[in-house]
Structure formats: C-alpha cells, structure tokens
Design a protein around this ligand. Structure first.
Ligand code: BTN
Length: 151
C-alpha cells in the first residue's frame, strides 16, 4: 500500500504542475517527458503500483554514440527518489554500454536531478557525470491512475 501511494504521489504531483502538451517530435505514447541539459529526453510511459518505471530514452548528448533513436528505459521511483537505466542497444545501433542514473524528483515534479554512471562492455573505466532533467511534455493517462486516487 505504501509503495502504491508513493508511485501515485509521483504521477499526481507531476500532473498537477505540468502543462498539458505532448511532444510533436515523437510518435511514442508519451505520458511525461523530461529533457536534460545535454538535449537528451527521458520519456516515461508508465509507473506501476510498485513504482516501476518504463519508457524510452533518446540520447542527444554531444560526444556520445547511440544518438537520436529511442532506447528502452527501466527504473524505480520511491516517493522523490528515482533511478533508471538504459542498455544502449536497439535495432539501429549497439553501443555495448549501459548507463544508470540515480537522483531525486523535485517537490513540484518538474525536475529530476541525477548523477549517472556509464559502463562500457570490455572496459574497466566507468564514466560519471550529472544530468538535470526538466519536464518538457505531459499527458495524463487516466487508466494508469488507480481508482479512488483520481483528482
Ligand atoms: C554510449 O556512448 O556508449 C551510449 C550513449 C551514452 C549517452 C550518455 S548517458 C549519460 C549522458 N547523458 C546523456 O543524456 N547522454 C550521455
């Protein structure tokens, strides 16, 4: 029950403060999109009752590979704590690498502040950095909000 409340808290706090617009640049079924300072976008498609996040990530960061196409994202949100990860392999390109982000969602649900680590298969070097994501799109999906918790 506690996990359900936390997951719903994340979705509803985001819905309360976000403009109702959907990115015209993607055909993805977007519930929420957050773009970071490198121009990359995290598309959150679903947050389930256990706080499990699923969606896509489009990398547009200069100096990195695997740009411009969607890669699956999985992660967790626990109240304002959040983590998500991408394996950089899709039908377009395979970068043989994985990135994990961990951080927190702002009180208004519009900003995700993270540290990340990028591990490349076959390398012992772990690249690290910081990304701050700002909400860029929002669309409510009533079917994802459990009955009794709708505004
Ligand atoms: C690779 O080059 O091996 C795959 C792409 C990695 C992109 C990284 S993930 C952390 C940082 N933040 C971004 O938005 N993109 C880069």
């Amino acid at each position: 029950m506690r996990k359900l409340i936390l997951a719903v808290s994340f979705l509803t706090s985001a819905a309360l403060f976000a403009p109702s617009q959907v990115s015209a640049q993607t055909s993805l079924d977007v519930i929420a999109a957050f773009t970071n300072q490198r121009g990359s976008t995290l598309y959150i498609e679903n947050v389930d009752q256990n706080g499990h996040i699923s969606g896509y990530f489009v990398n547009r960061a200069a100096g990195f590979q695997c740009q411009g196409t969607p890669y699956p994202v999985v992660g967790w949100v626990l109240a304002h704590a959040i983590s998500f990860t991408v394996q950089w392999e899709n039908q377009t390109q395979n970068c043989n690498s994985i990135t994990a982000w961990a951080g927190y969602v702002s009180t208004d649900g519009n900003t995700i502040t993270t540290n990340w680590a990028l591990a490349v298969s076959g390398s012992t070097t772990i690249l690290q950095g910081q990304d701050t994501f700002t909400r860029t799109a929002q669309r409510q999906a009533p079917s994802l909000v459990p009955p009794g918790t709708r505004p």
